[in-house]
Design a protein around this ligand. Structure first.
Ligand code: GRF
Length: 191
């Protein structure tokens, strides 16, 4: 018999590689009444990701996949997403590039958060490059994932002013605070 829980939140998997502060903020958001999503699965490519601790804290299923063989890992991930009826993927500091095949095979939505005002500063070391180029502003972006890196349709952005004494580390900290608010906002915007 299928047990009805009386709510139908969109089952979501969050993919991480590191600290997982965005994961933490998404989990907290998912527990609010307003949230259209529930976080049902955490996936990482790195068994040492600090963020995996949130699986234990919040009793969420977690899985780690070795990406030395990308296609094998992706095959296994597609299987587990299906098994868990996942309808949304949120990439949150996930450092592996998903293949075109994976993105096309997962028919539902895939979102990513990126610490720059896309389309500017795709890829890594964004804050360092932003300072080198003497930008006045930076920020963060939540976007749909397409098969081209950091290039899918933009959902929402937050702009942040850069101060004269800002370092990449200082900017990273400021941007991260905004990321934690922006990801939930993006989800509310699209559902
Ligand atoms: C964030 O800045 C995110 O935008 C970038 O990687 C960082 C992940 O931080 N892609 P955390 O693991 O969520 O703390």
């Amino acid at each position: 018999m299928v047990k009805s829980t009386g709510h139908k939140k969109i089952k979501t998997a969050v993919f991480i590689s590191g600290t997982g502060s965005n994961l933490n903020s998404l989990i907290k958001f998912s527990k609010t009444k307003n949230s259209p999503i529930s976080i049902d699965l955490i996936i990482s490519n790195n068994s040492k990701s600090k963020g995996l601790k949130f699986a234990k804290v919040f009793r969420i299923k977690k899985k780690v996949y070795d990406f030395k063989k990308n296609s094998l890992a992706e095959k296994k991930i597609l299987k587990i997403l299906k098994k868990n009826e996942i309808k949304l993927i949120c990439l949150a500091g996930f450092m592996k590039i998903l293949s075109k095949n994976f993105i096309q095979s997962f028919k539902e939505k895939i979102l990513n958060i990126h610490p720059s005002l896309l389309p500017k500063y795709k890829g890594l070391d964004t804050h360092k490059r932003v300072i080198e180029n003497k930008e006045k502003y930076t920020g963060c972006t939540v976007h749909y994932v397409s098969s081209k890196l950091d290039s899918g349709k933009i959902i929402i952005q937050k702009k942040i002013k850069i101060r004269g004494n800002d370092t990449p580390a200082k900017i990273a900290k400021k941007v991260l605070v905004e990321e934690h608010k922006l990801y939930p906002k993006a989800i509310l915007k699209i559902f």
